[in-house]
Design a protein around this ligand. Structure first.
Ligand code: ATP
Length: 317
């Protein structure tokens, strides 16, 4: 069972929100959709759920030998961007209502709801009106409502939004549990530290295009920069840095320290040889870029590349 997105494009009038995008999601994985505001994530998700359709390209899902052009509602649990529970109803009634919409019996729905609420430390709140819960606790009820019917596929738009660090960790546990139950999870999120912990693979989008795609390991390989060297000196010969053709990408230059971005293709010995010409080195410390840093570098590089392309692509002007 695999979801394949092949050269999918979505336009709104003159604007291309998703531009010839291709990727796949394998059964049982946690797949993260990343990207800045306006990157096209929600437009993509709306096509995956069948709410809208591609203008070009194909989406194909193989469910037990049957092929679909989106994830069919009977196999899907969906936490949309605009949440839709009933604030006046009790926590339990909300959950039972959503479960019954997906065809569960009342007894099964109550049992499933009670189990999930226990996991989220909300057992003692089930008869309270939803609106009396804190925002974070309401968010947990929202998450339960998306998966209470045990769907095979789950799409969660911003599951961490509005949650404090403790509750973000609870959501990490929740998602890990969904995976253990055999569900395939697609989530869109802006919290890179959470994504780094959770996602088996990810797709970073910018301006409707794929910027990087794969596991964190794959992405480190694809990245133009994947580590940073922090170097301290007695004193730096700045003139030497400015005048020599060292080929290094230097940032955060001070009187006594600098940082160099390392590219996978660069030999560390060559880099160190260049660095020794700038002064007497006191210490060198190397650090892999985390997902947050990889994301920032990749987006800024993609923006530069996009600006340098021919002006025929005016869709984001
Ligand atoms: N229904 C629509 N009609 C016209 N333009 C739209 C529509 N929906 C989205 N867009 C535009 O398409 C582009 C992609 O938007 P989209 O909501 O898919 O991005 P996103 O990555 O989900 O952003 P965010 O992280 O802010 O939710 C944006 O420029 C947006 O203004």
């Amino acid at each position: 069972m695999e979801l394949t997105v092949n050269q999918v494009t979505k336009t709104y009038g003159d604007l291309t929100a998703v531009n010839a995008l291709s990727f796949h999601v394998s059964q049982g994985e946690i797949f993260a959709l990343l990207g800045p505001n306006g990157a096209g994530k929600s437009s993509l998700v709306r096509m995956l759920t069948g709410f809208t359709h591609p203008d070009d390209g194909q989406i194909s899902l193989n469910l037990a030998g049957q092929f679909f052009s989106h994830i069919p509602s009977q196999a899907l649990g969906y936490l949309p961007e605009d949440r839709g529970l009933y604030p006046e109803k009790s926590v339990l009634k909300n959950l039972v209502y959503f479960a019954r919409l997906h065809g569960m019996s009342k007894a099964d729905a109550q049992q499933e709801a009670t189990q999930w609420l226990e996991k989220f430390d909300l057992s003692d709140r089930l008869d309270e009106q939803l609106k009396s819960l804190s925002k974070g606790n309401q968010q947990k009820v929202q998450l339960i409502s998306a998966v209470i019917h045990n769907p095979k596929w789950v799409i969660l738009d911003e599951p961490f939004s509005g949650l404090d660090p403790v509750n973000q960790e609870k959501v990490v546990e929740f998602l890990t549990e969904l995976k253990a139950k055999g569900m395939t999870v697609i989530l869109s999120a802006h919290q890179m530290a959470m994504v780094e912990k959770l996602a088996d693979r990810m797709l970073l989008m910018n301006l409707g295009e794929a910027v990087f795609y794969g596991s964190l390991h794959d992405i480190r390989q694809q990245a133009a920069t994947n580590a940073v060297l922090k170097v301290t000196y007695d004193t730096i010969d700045r003139l030497k840095i400015q005048s020599s053709d060292h080929g290094l990408t230097i940032e955060q230059l001070t009187e006594e320290s600098l940082q160099v971005l390392l590219q996978p293709s660069q030999s560390i010995n060559d880099v160190l040889a260049s660095l020794t010409t700038f002064g007497n080195i006191k210490s060198v410390h190397s650090q892999s870029l985390d997902l947050h840093q990889l994301y920032l570098h990749a987006i800024s590089k993609h923006k530069e590349e996009k600006q340098q392309r021919p002006a025929k692509e005016k869709q984001y002007a």
